[in-house]
Design a protein around this ligand. Structure first.
Ligand SMILES: NC(=O)C1=CN([C@@H]2O[C@H](COP(=O)(O)OP(=O)(O)OC[C@H]3O[C@@H](n4cnc5c(N)ncnc54)[C@H](OP(=O)(O)O)[C@@H]3O)[C@@H](O)[C@H]2O)[C@@H](O)CC1
Ligand SMILES: Nc1ncnc2c1ncn2[C@@H]1O[C@H](COP(=O)(O)OP(=O)(O)O)[C@@H](O)[C@H]1O
Ligand SMILES: [K+]
Length: 448
């Protein structure tokens, strides 16, 4: 289910800093917790639809949010029970429990379930995986509707550790901002629908979810060259380059040239056999060049990559062209589009979450990196990052990456700077895939 659009994503440390800044500017943490619990209660009230609710509270402030939510639900007439894993360990959580004032059951093996379970056991403060006995007890509550407070308990918020929650959520209420775990696998797949409760925190972040894709119509005075010209270099597997060239046109550029192929899937593409690549690279109207789709590592690829780099054009480098170009990029405007295998070859030894690794790759290469996959991350060398979860799983089929490379070139040729072009291309790709849905093959993405 789509995440909130263009929403801030904060790590646990950044969240704590935002929380502290909020406190320093006069909004107490107790107020934030009150807002958080009230927001959770609001979503829970709608989800429960009149049915009883069971709130599971942990020892920290995530548990504190749970006690507050229970109080608000009871006030709205919901039949709500609370079960605690342990005594509250923070002053805020203790106060929230006192204010709840109702009975607190023990989260033991014999705990009776309820149609809606609110998971307020652990949030961003989780410091280790869930104990096996607790995980087993929680699994006994599965098959109920689950609303997770901030993150499903057991998930590490920064998305570095692959720890699994015992209960997958139907809805996760992200407090103040999204966390990396909401947009990175494996955790993201356990969050269900993620909704954002702003709670009044100033959540500034250069790490955000994808904006909505918006396609501007060409201006009334547009012509094919003003809409942008892109050149796709074909390797031995012509079909891949043909998909990329088709995507150049479908994603909104006005003119596509396929160099090194005698035919193209669309008649509108200028297909050129023979060696006119260098000549085309010199065309002043050229806005972007794609190399890599269907072009395995070879001396010929290295020569073409070198020529493209020398031309100073904005480049989209896919597959083997990424490793070929990397040592020679030198700050040239470029978008790299590696999938996981290509990323590991191009950027070995990086650590941290997928976001951390994408950020490091962009900073190291000086290029915009689209680290593809079900949880695609777009990273710019200046630190801007866009997270594309959830994508469209129907894209897991051959040739869709070639289409994405062509779409990147279209956005560059239309005049976007590299990060904006990459973000627009990823949004275009996913929105198109969603519109097609079941049975999608890569060619469908570039049909009318
Ligand atoms: N940011 C904001 O603006 C706001 C944040 N708010 C809320 O606060 C949440 C963060 O609260 P938090 O920092 O108190 O941490 P939390 O997640 O409750 O857990 C820490 C406790 O769990 C324990 N513990 C850890 N791992 C464990 C394990 N595997 N198994 C067992 N125990 C384990 C740990 O103990 P220890 O590690 O010391 O043993 C400690 O006692 C945040 O997610 C949001 O819901 C809102 O209230 C208001 C605005
Ligand atoms: N499970 C998935 N869910 C969403 N998107 C996916 C999934 N698997 C792959 N994709 C997307 O599909 C595309 C596949 O690209 P790639 O692996 O390069 O394929 P190819 O080289 O065959 O074109 C990428 O844009 C990737 O993000
Ligand atoms: K939780």
């Amino acid at each position: 289910m789509p995440s909130p659009v263009d929403a801030p994503i904060l790590t646990a440390d950044a969240m704590r800093a935002a929380e502290a800044a909020c406190a320093a500017s006069g909004t107490s943490l107790a107020t934030l917790m009150e807002r958080a619990g009230a927001a959770v209660a609001d979503f829970a009230w709608r989800m429960a639809a009149g049915n009883p609710v069971l709130v599971l509270c942990g020892p920290g402030n995530n548990g504190g949010d749970g006690y507050v939510a229970a109080r608000w639900l009871a006030r709205r007439g919901v039949h709500v029970r609370v079960a605690a894993l342990a005594e509250p360990a923070s002053e805020l959580a203790r106060a929230a429990r006192r204010a709840w004032g109702g009975p607190v059951e023990v989260l033991g093996d014999d705990l009776a379930p309820a149609p809606l379970v609110i998971d307020a056991l652990f949030g961003v403060g989780l410091s280790r995986p869930l104990r096996k006995d607790l995980a087993a007890r929680l699994r006994g509550l599965a098959k109920r509707r689950v609303l997770a407070v901030d993150v499903p308990s057991g998930v590490e918020a920064d998305g570095v550790q692959p720890w699994a929650p015992a209960l997958s959520a139907d809805v996760t209420v992200a407090l103040g901002a999204l966390k990396p775990a909401h947009v990175l696998l494996p955790a993201a797949a356990t969050c269900g629908k993620v909704v954002l409760a702003p709670i009044g925190i100033e959540a500034q972040s250069s790490l955000r979810t994808l904006p909505r894709y918006e396609c501007d119509s060409p201006g009334a005075a547009a012509h094919k060259f003003s809409r942008g010209m892109a050149l796709v270099r074909a390797g031995p597997m012509r079909g891949a380059a043909g998909l990329a060239a088709s995507a150049v046109l479908r994603a909104g550029a006005g003119y596509a040239i396929l160099s090194g192929a005698s035919g193209a899937p669309l008649s509108a593409i200028i297909a050129e056999d023979g060696d006119h690549f260098a000549e085309r690279l010199a065309d002043e109207r050229l806005g972007a060049v794609v190399i890599g789709p269907g072009y395995p590592a070879s001396d010929a690829l290295d020569r073409d990559v070198a020529a493209a780099l020398k031309s100073g054009r904005a480049l989209v480098l896919d597959a083997a062209a990424i490793v070929s170009a990397l040592p020679r990029l030198g700050g040239a405007p470029a978008i790299l589009t590696p999938h996981a295998g290509e990323f590991a070859r191009a950027f070995p030894g990086l650590e941290g979450s997928k976001i951390d690794r994408a950020r490091a790759a962009a900073s190291k290469s000086g290029a915009v990196v689209i680290y593809k996959g079900a949880d695609t991350i777009v990273a710019a060398p200046d630190g801007r990052i866009a997270a594309a979860w959830p994508g469209c799983p129907w894209l897991a089929t051959a040739g869709t990456g070639d289409v994405l490379a062509g779409a990147c070139a279209a956005m560059l040729a239309r005049g976007d700077e590299a990060f904006d072009a990459a973000v627009a291309a990823v949004s275009w790709h996913i929105s198109r895939a969603r519109a097609i849905g079941p049975g999608l093959v890569a060619d469908d993405l570039v049909r009318a």
